[in-house]
Design a protein around this ligand. Structure first.
Ligand code: WT7
Length: 572
C-alpha cells in the first residue's frame, strides 16, 4: 500500500511527550484530577458540571451553546448545575433511585442534556435512544434492560409498546402533555417547579453510568454497560487527543443516541471544562458551516460520512463562511479515506485526525494525536495506557505488516464492564488468550501505526489474496464520478470470491456501461488488477447505519438473497 506521510503539526505537545508518557504510564495518576480521588465516592455529573459551577473562574463560562431551526440558547456552567439539579429533583420525586435504568428517547434539545445528567445525579443508569428508532427497536432495548423510566416527546411516545413493558413505571413527556393525561408526567412543568439544589448521589467508581445498545452482525442489539470510572479516560483523551484547553469552543456532531455523542458530546468536553456546541436537526452543509462560523468553533469532532457530504457539497459554498477559528479536526466511526484527509488539508488547511474506538471500549483507543506525523489512511497509534496488537486466530501477536485481528490487552478505565444480562456474550470478546478482540481486522506497520482493513466478517479472499474492502472503497471514491462506494466479496467458483462494488454517483453523473469500465480501469490502474471490482452496480444511495457506516452485510444479503438481519440501526 502506498502511504502518504504528512509533516508533523505544531500542536502543544510534542511527540516526545507522548513517547515518554507511554513508558511510565499509570492511569491512577490521572484520577488525581478529580475530587473523588480523596473521598472515594464519585458522580460523573458532579465532575462534569458542578465542579466548574463551583469554580468562580468557570461558573459564568458558557457550557452549552444550543442551536436548531427554532431554538438558540446558551447555558453557563452555573445554569447547567441548576437545570440538572432540577431534573434530578424531578426524577427523585418520581421515585427513581440508584441503579434504575432511565431511558431517554428524544431528539437533541437542552432538556435532553438536563434529563441525562439529572438521571446520573440520582445515581440512575441512563440509556440514550436515537430518535429514529421504531417500535421494535425501542421494545428490544427497554425490555432487555427492564427500564423503569423514560423521558420522551409527544411524537415519539407513539412508538413505545407499553403493553410489552411491565417494568416501565414512569414516563416523562418533554414538549407538552395535557394535564398529565394517561399518567404521563409533564417533564417541562415539573422542571420549572422543582428546586434547584440537589446533593448528587455519591456512588462507587464501579457503579453503573450508561447503557449503549449496539448491533453486532447477528442477533439482537447488545446492552454495553459502562461505569463512572470511565471518566478517567474520557477526561484524559479529551486533553490529549481532542487537545481541549481553556478557551476552546468544541463541537461534536454526534447524537447522544450513539456512544460518540455521550463520551465526547457530553462527558469528555465537560470534564475538561470547555464550551460545548450542540446543533440539533439534520445534516445540511450550510447549517454546519454556519455553526462552525457562528460559534468560532476551535475543535471539531465528526465522521467520514459527514466530511464526504461536505466534500460533495463543493468548496464554493465554504467561501461564504469564516472558518478561521478552527485549529483541530478529528474523525471517528469508519475508515477515514486518504482522499478525505487531502480534501481537509485543502479546505481547512488542517489535517483531519482519525481516532479508533468502539462502543465497547467506551473511549478513544488508537488515535492520531496532535503532535503526531499523520499517515493518511492510518488510524494512528494506541494512546498511552493502551496496549494494542494484531493477533492471529490463536491469540499470538503478529509481527508488523501482517493482517490479523485488532486486539487490546485488558484493561483500561473506560472498558465496558458487562453486556447487560449476557455474560457469555461478554466473555466471548476474550476468547483469544484473554485479549479483547475487536472484530476488526487490521495490520500494524513498522512504525507502530495501525491500518484498518475491515470488520473481520468483511474481509474478502479473492484468488488467494486477502483484500480489505476499505482499500478498494477509498480508491473508488477518488474517481470524480463516485460519491460513495461499498465493496463486498461475492462467492465465485474460480476465485473463491470476486469483488463487487455498489456505487452511488455524485450529482451530475449518470450510470452507463462506459462509466463502469472507466471506474474499473481506474482502480486497476491506481491500485491493482486483482482488487479492481469485477462487478459494479449503481445505486441511488447505499445502506448505512445512522452513525454513517456503510452496511456491507446488507449489501451482501441483497446480493445473495439472504435475510438482512437486524436493521434497527439503518438510516431510512
Ligand atoms: C466500529 C465500532 C466509537 C465511535 C463510533 C463507532 C469502526 C470506528 C474507526 C476508524 C475505521 C472505525 C470499527 C469499529 N470504526 N472507528 N477510525 N477507522 N473504522 O462505534 O458503532 O461501536 O463501531 O466502528 O469497525 O469496530 P461503534
Amino acid at each position: 500500500m502506498k502511504v502518504q506521510t504528512l509533516p508533523p503539526t505544531d500542536g502543544n505537545y510534542n511527540l516526545q511527550d507522548y513517547e515518554e508518557a507511554k513508558q511510565n504510564f499509570d492511569w491512577s495518576e490521572i484520577e488525581k484530577q478529580f475530587s473523588w480521588h480523596e473521598t472515594g465516592k464519585v458522580n460523573m455529573a458532579y465532575e462534569a458540571i458542578d465542579r466548574h459551577a463551583e469554580n468562580p473562574d468557570k461558573q459564568n463560562q458558557v457550557a452549552l451553546h444550543y442551536l436548531d431551526g427554532s431554538r438558540k440558547e446558551e447555558y453557563t456552567f452555573a445554569d447547567m448545575k441548576k437545570y440538572t439539579n432540577k431534573a434530578a429533583n424531578v426524577m427523585k420525586e418520581a421515585g427513581i433511585q440508584k441503579g434504575d435504568r432511565v431511558f431517554i428517547f428524544m431528539s437533541r434539545s437542552p432538556e435532553l442534556y438536563f434529563a441525562l445528567l439529572g438521571a446520573i445525579k440520582v445515581g440512575a443508569i441512563v440509556g440514550p435512544l436515537f430518535e429514529a428508532f421504531m417500535e421494535g427497536a425501542v421494545r428490544d432495548r427497554l425490555e432487555d434492560s427492564e427500564a423503569k423510566a423514560l423521558v420522551t416527546t409527544p411524537q415519539l411516545v407513539e412508538r413505545v409498546p407499553f403493553d410489552d413493558l411491565p417494568n416501565l413505571e414512569t414516563v416523562f413527556i418533554h414538549g407538552g402533555v395535557d394535564d398529565e393525561k394517561g399518567g404521563f408526567l409533564d417533564f417541562d412543568a415539573r422542571l420549572q417547579q422543582a428546586g434547584s439544589d440537589f446533593e448528587p448521589e455519591w456512588v462507587d467508581r464501579e457503579d453503573g453510568l450508561i447503557l449503549h445498545y449496539t448491533s453486532g452482525s447477528t442477533g439482537k442489539p447488545k446492552g454495553v454497560y459502562h461505569v463512572h470510572n470511565a471518566m478517567i479516560q474520557h477526561y484524559q483523551t479529551a486533553k490529549w487527543v481532542l487537545d481541549l484547553k481553556d478557551g476552546d469552543v468544541y463541537w461534536c456532531t454526534a447524537d447522544p443516541g450513539w456512544v460518540t455523542g455521550t463520551s465526547y458530546g457530553i462527558f469528555g468536553p465537560w470534564l475538561a471544562g470547555v464550551t460545548n456546541v450542540v446543533r440539533g436537526g439534520r445534516f445540511s452543509a450550510q447549517d454546519w458551516y454556519d455553526t462552525l462560523d457562528r460559534y468560532n468553533v476551535s475543535v471539531w469532532y465528526s465522521a467520514p460520512t459527514a466530511f464526504r457530504m461536505l466534500m460533495s457539497a463543493g468548496d464554493e459554498l465554504m467561501k461564504d463562511y469564516d472558518l478561521s477559528s478552527l485549529r483541530h479536526i478529528l474523525s471517528v466511526g469508519e475508515p477515514l479515506n486518504p482522499e478525505v484527509v487531502r480534501w481537509g488539508e485543502k479546505a481547512f488547511n488542517l489535517r483531519i485526525h482519525d481516532t479508533w474506538w468502539m462502543t465497547e471500549t467506551g473511549a478513544m483507543m488508537i488515535c492520531n494525536y496532535p503532535a503526531m506525523t499523520i499517515k493518511a489512511g492510518s488510524m494512528g497509534k494506541p494512546i498511552p495506557g493502551v496496549y494494542g496488537a494484531i493477533v492471529d486466530d490463536q491469540g499470538n501477536e503478529l509481527p508488523p505488516n501482517r493482517m490479523g485481528n485488532l486486539a487490546i490487552k485488558p484493561t483500561w478505565p473506560s472498558m465496558m464492564r458487562a453486556i447487560w444480562n449476557r455474560k457469555e456474550k461478554f466473555d466471548s470478546y476474550f476468547e483469544l488468550n484473554g485479549w479483547y478482540v475487536s472484530g476488526d481486522s487490521a495490520y500494524m506497520d513498522e512504525d507502530g501505526y495501525f491500518w484498518f482493513q475491515g470488520r473481520v466478517d468483511d474481509v474478502i479472499m479473492t484468488a488467494g489474496e486477502r483484500v480489505g474492502p476499505f482499500e478498494v472503497e477509498s480508491k473508488l471514491v477518488e474517481h470524480p464520478a463516485v460519491g460513495e462506494a461499498g465493496v463486498i466479496g461475492k462467492p465465485d467458483p474460480v476465485r473463491g470470491e470476486i469483488i463487487k462494488a455498489f456505487v452511488a454517483l455524485r450529482e451530475g453523473y449518470e450510470p452507463s456501461d462506459e462509466l463502469k469500465e472507466e471506474i474499473q480501469s481506474f482502480v486497476k490502474k491506481e491500485l491493482a488488477g486483482h482488487v479492481a471490482p469485477k462487478e459494479i452496480e449503481f445505486r441511488k444511495s447505499l445502506p448505512k447505519t445512522r452513525s454513517g457506516k456503510i452496511m456491507r452485510r446488507v449489501l451482501k444479503a441483497w446480493e445473495l438473497d439472504l435475510p438482512t438481519g437486524d436493521l434497527s440501526t439503518m438510516e431510512d
